[in-house]
Write a protein that binds this ligand. Sequence first.
Ligand code: ATP
Length: 269
Amino acid sequence: MLTVRGLSVRYGRSVRALEGVDVEVPADGVLAVLGGNGAGKSTLLRAVSGTLALHRGAITDGEIVFDGERIDRSSPAAVVRRGIVAVPEGRQVFARMTVEENLRTGGLGARSAAARSTARDRVRELFPALAERAGQRAGLLSGGEQQMLAIGRALMSGPRLLLLDEPSLGLAPQMVGRIAAIVREIHAQGTAVVLVEQNATMALQVADHAVALEVGRVALAGAAADLAASDEVQRLYLGGHAESAEQAAAEVCAAEQQRAGRRLARWTA
Ligand code: ATP
């Protein structure tokens, strides 16, 4: 369904974020994209969704093909029209708008009124808690509920391929489990998913295939079950290197702090 071939991306003149990346997403499959901070995971999603220019990034080599047609020069709106919708990192809901209004904005991308109504029913079924809070301001929802709203809003346009950027970030384990179940259900209903995650345990349980990025290149690729069983993945992404749960938690905190620092540096640059 989606083929990324030899993709290289730069930000400005100097930052090479991706170098010769090859990725395949089969129709109705779930592909997990793993990797540490700065590996290039979000950049890959931005390239597919046509939003690199919004971040001062550009494709310098390679191609992205969706359903047999090149989309690497398409605008973000054209990519959505083809059926690819992204849920960016950080639960970006419209905080002052109600849950219902947030969902309606997602429905603007639907192909027809009938498609919008089908999508609306699907979102109601997947997220009953959102239906109960339809009139509430999105900014007052919990972190997990906001993540569900962001996913629900993306589903309102009836996508064929959903791009999820770290949906489990900062959520409690129980909520991570619910997000995993929802991704499985979305997949079971026939929507392909690219799941970017630092939480490799969750991602490899949900995905059929996975790639691991290291400093902008594909370091490992294969069936999710094979990668989950490999020593290298255990050591690098499944906490096999931490000597205790406390150390693993400290490493996650340090990684989140680094990420926040890098974002601040980018904003102030
Ligand atoms: P994280 O999990 O921390 O979000 P990531 O794997 O998603 O990391 P990217 O955000 O894709 O990684 O970043 C890849 C590289 O590109 C990093 O070196 C990062 O600092 C750089 N980068 C990302 N966005 C920009 C930008 N807008 N301008 C300049 N450099 C950027």
